[in-house]
Design a protein around this ligand. Structure first.
Ligand code: RIB
Length: 313
């Protein structure tokens, strides 16, 4: 049974790889639409970057909806220092033929969930959770209609990346993350704890480029741009590849391991805004509201990603 996906995304080279992975697995996913989030770069660029990735994969048929231009209560924090001034720097990608859909991304989420059979749509979140949280505030009835949320978000054992305590997607909109985690929706989180095990080493990027099609080459070139910041920061032999962990979990969950725990979001801390407090040892009796993925097999992960990319133009 194919998963119907609503994808929340602010590409970002790693998220471009995730989007291509999803499009390279048509036997597993039916993409209902992309909701562009303000995050890595401002909304104008994230809309355009969504369209560019779809054009690269020759999938201009997939609709793109612009979401909110900023987080629910805070100013927008972006990450040009990682992703470049357009948010998707690296190779020159084909200019998109398509234009974004006219509906607002929040309304697309609400209308799609209300029209679909309950429990048939998965929210695939690669970005800050602003638009899903806004949809839940505007239409609380949709919570019961969501099959599950699979999200790249959070950090605990691996600590933060945008601050010492917070992962970027949660840091940008901690109020949104709290609303989503409090909504009682089955949720799987792929935090830095696991994405930091998925390093894009030279041999892995060479294998990706060696696929030989335009999507494999472009993905390798995008990651070779965005890895520079992390290689310098961490001193590892590869950069963490965050976004594709989400589709990889949906495709082959046994690549990963974790446990159902309580995850709370700090929204007031002077030094801990956006921190995800993961009760890994079950110290509290707070509701176990998320499956927290802590480990993954990097070789299986990259092999799966490359097999999906090989299915594309
Ligand atoms: O913290 C990593 C995540 O934040 C990645 O998805 C990156 O694209 C940024 O959105």
């Amino acid at each position: 049974m194919k998963r119907k996906l609503i994808i929340l995304t602010d590409p970002g080279q790693d998220q471009a790889a995730a989007l291509l992975m999803i499009l390279g697995a048509p036997q597993a996913f039916e993409v209902l639409g992309l909701v562009a989030t303000a995050g890595n770069i401002d909304l104008g660029y994230t809309v355009k970057n969504c369209l560019k990735v779809l054009e690269l994969a020759d999938r201009a048929d997939v609709p793109v909806y612009a979401g909110c231009p900023q987080p629910m209560t805070r100013g927008l924090v972006t990450a040009e220092h990682v992703h470049g001034p357009t948010g998707l720097d690296g190779p020159i990608l084909p200019e998109p033929r398509a234009t974004p859909a006219s509906a607002h991304g929040v309304d697309f989420i609400i209308d799609t969930l209300r029209q679909a059979e309950p429990g048939t749509v998965t929210i695939c979140s690669l970005s800050p959770l602003t638009n899903l949280a806004m949809a839940l505030v505007k239409a609380p009835d949709i919570a019961a209609r969501i099959s599950e949320i699979v999200a790249m978000a959070g950090a605990y054992f691996e600590v933060g990346n945008i601050t010492p305590s917070a992962e970027f997607n949660v840091y940008v909109d901690p109020e949104a993350a709290r609303i989503v985690l409090d909504a009682g929706i089955p949720t799987i989180l792929l935090p830095l704890d696991v994405t930091h095990q998925m390093l894009s080493t030279r041999s892995r990027l060479n294998a990706m480029r060696g696929i030989g099609n335009r999507c494999g080459v472009a993905t390798a070139e995008m990651l070779e741009f965005s890895e520079a910041f992390d290689l310098n920061k961490y001193g590892w032999d590869g950069a963490p590849l965050h976004g594709p962990c989400v589709p990889a979990f949906m495709l082959e969950p046994d690549i990963f391991s974790g446990r159902q725990i309580n995850v709370s979001v700090e929204t007031r801390g002077q030094h801990t805004q956006g921190m995800t407090v993961a009760d890994w040892w079950g110290i509290t009796d707070l509701p176990k509201n998320a499956f927290w993925v802590r480990h993954g097999d990097a070789d299986r992960y990259y092999g799966l990603l490359n097999r999906c990319l090989a299915n594309l133009p």
